[in-house]
Design a protein around this ligand. Structure first.
Ligand code: C5P
Length: 217
């Protein structure tokens, strides 16, 4: 039986970075479930047929290169198309539809069939992998998360107004936390990590400490 560690939390809480660092350190496979929702939104721009979108989504894989995650579709790196705020907003909209979540559920679970897995998202510990060996819930204050997302977008050459970004993040969180299907929640059996005042290395060592204490490896 492969092992699974889940990391859930709101946007820009640092869960993606923690997932990359852990996957790298443990040499486990990574699942960026948000990227699958974004890819769903991205494919929906040019395709209406849900079966074809599903086929495309099955061809997605993830690669860690120089500390960043690449989303590959038929060996083409589509990460840049997925990381825009427009795609994120669209992904958030379609993520509340049961048809979207039903299509993505088996695709996400399949990632754990061939390897130990670090899975990050909103419902990894609550719905997709309820029996995960260890569950983290990563949170941070909205202003800190907006600042991080701002830096991230700037690095990619995208200029976004900070005020709009905070509003977007708060609005998207509200939708994710209050939606009927798979809302973002901290399950009772997950460990809360707050990254408001902690850098990546400190969060990583806290997570590794929990992994050691629980004898996960
Ligand atoms: O994490 P990321 O910002 O890439 O996720 C994009 C959107 O996909 C989120 O706003 C959320 O609504 C949705 N999502 C989800 N369930 C997941 C991962 C992401 O509903 N497990």
């Amino acid at each position: 039986m492969n092992k699974i560690i889940t990391i859930d939390g709101p946007s820009a809480s640092g869960k993606g970075t923690l997932a990359i660092l852990l996957a790298d350190r443990l040499n486990w496979r990574i699942l960026d479930s948000g990227a699958l929702y974004r890819a769903f939104a991205y494919f929906s721009i040019s395709e209406d047929d849900q079966r074809l979108i599903e086929q495309n989504l099955r061809k997605i894989s993830f690669n860690i290169v120089d500390g960043s995650i690449q989303v590959l579709f038929e060996n083409e790196d589509i990460s840049m198309h997925l990381r825009t705020e427009e795609t994120a907003i669209q992904a958030s909209k379609i993520s509340s539809l049961s048809s979207t979540r039903e299509i993505l559920l088996p695709i996400q679970r399949f990632f754990s069939e061939t390897s130990n897995l670090i899975a990050d998202g909103r419902d990894m510990g609550s719905v997709v992998f309820p029996d995960a060996n260890l569950k983290f819930f990563l949170d941070a204050a909205p202003e800190v998360r907006a600042k991080r997302r701002h830096l991230e977008l700037q690095k990619r050459g995208q200029e976004v107004n900070m005020h709009d970004l905070i509003n977007d993040i708060v609005e998207r969180d509200k939708k994710d936390r209050t939606r009927e299907l798979s809302p973002l929640i901290k399950t009772e059996d997950s460990i809360l990590l707050d990254s408001t005042n902690l850098d990546q290395e400190s969060i990583l060592s806290e997570a590794l400490q929990h992994i050691k204490e629980r004898n996960i490896l």
